[in-house]
Ligand binder design. Structure first.
Ligand code: C2E
Ligand code: CA
Ligand code: CA
Ligand code: CA
Length: 273
């Protein structure tokens, strides 16, 4: 039994070593990719649920990996966050997004901002400078942040949002309902819209129907009271869209309307739904 125990722990050590090596390789890959600027945005339409017209896009990070093809953030965001490299990756991506905005004249674009950025002193200034350099209108940019980011250093985040808002950059609260969701935060920060997390939206026509319905209804009531827009995330079925509309959700996003793609259709036109 003793020998077997040792075998097992050796096996465990091997696995740990293999995983550590994989993560180190990934980090080294990520560093190389930063030098090569191997990132690009994929744009997913955000629509008005009433008529399906495209009002803007969310820019989602994609890594053109030299051997593994196009990677979505799930494959590398953990390593990016832990190593701090995500900040550099984000800036490369934001620069691409600004260039795209300058070339495409309509609709808004929302970018995902990691909590790390809110800890930096010059995030807002740097973002505004980047927009200006690219010739992109800041009033067409929105930033998506999660509730965790607000908890971190509230006064700093508030200052940052205020600078951005003075220039027309609006703040969206991402993955709403999954995090900490202290209502006082909604009230305290200049939040333009909240994005109802996909887990609740997909629950609307699934097994968790009753629970999801109650939650989404509560979120929308809250948003309505505070005068905050709501965007339903991850809409995949006509039924989910219908329920969201009935509950008073004005905007949405999801595979029903379009997957993230490098060159999306222009805003204004209805997305194929
Ligand atoms: P998120 O901000 O919640 O983005 C929505 C995710 O849901 C995206 O995954 C999108 O492709 C996916 N999605 C959209 N509609 C549907 C749908 O109808 N069904 C399903 N199953 N999925 C849908 P993606 O692109 O893999 O991004 C994952 C996460 O990575 C994002 O979640 C965001 O937290 C993070 N992320 C994305 N882009 C960036 C970025 O530029 N910077 C940083 N720091 N994080 C990013
Ligand atoms: Ca997002
Ligand atoms: Ca989200
Ligand atoms: Ca998410």
């Amino acid at each position: 039994a003793k020998a077997r125990g040792r075998d097992r722990s050796e096996l465990f050590d091997d696995r740990m070593r293999a995983e550590a090596t994989r993560l180190l390789d990934l980090e080294a890959d990520l560093r190389r990719a930063i030098l090569k600027d191997a990132f690009e945005p994929a744009f997913q339409p955000i629509v008005r649920l009433q008529d399906g017209s495209v009002v803007g896009h969310e820019a989602l990070l994609r890594w053109n990996h030299e051997s593994r093809g196009v990677l979505a953030p799930g494959e590398f965001i953990g390593v990016g966050e832990d190593s701090g490299l995500i900040e550099q990756v984000d800036w490369l991506l934001y620069s691409r997004v600004c260039g795209w905005m300058a070339r495409h004249g309509e609709g808004y674009v929302s970018i995902n901002v990691s909590p790390r950025h809110l800890r930096s002193d010059d995030f807002a200034e740097r973002l505004l400078r980047m927009l200006d350099d690219a010739g992109a209108d800041p009033r067409r940019l929105r930033i998506e942040i999660t509730e965790v980011a607000l908890l971190d250093d509230a006064p700093r985040a508030l200052r940052l949002f205020n600078i951005l808002r003075e220039h027309g950059v609006l703040v969206l609260l991402d993955d709403f309902g999954t995090g900490f969701s202290a209502l006082s935060y909604l009230h305290r920060f200049p939040i333009h819209a909240l994005k109802i997390d996909r887990s609740f939206v997909s629950g609307l026509d699934g097994e968790m129907h009753a629970e999801s319905l109650a939650l989404v209804r509560a979120i929308l009531a809250l948003a309505g009271t505070l005068g905050i827009d709501a965007i339903g995330e991850g809409i995949e079925t006509a039924r989910q869209r219908e329920i969201l509309l009935e509950l008073g959700c004005a905007y949405g996003q999801g595979y029903l309307y379009g997957r993230p793609v490098p060159e999306p259709a222009a805003p204004g036109k209805p997305a194929p739904a």
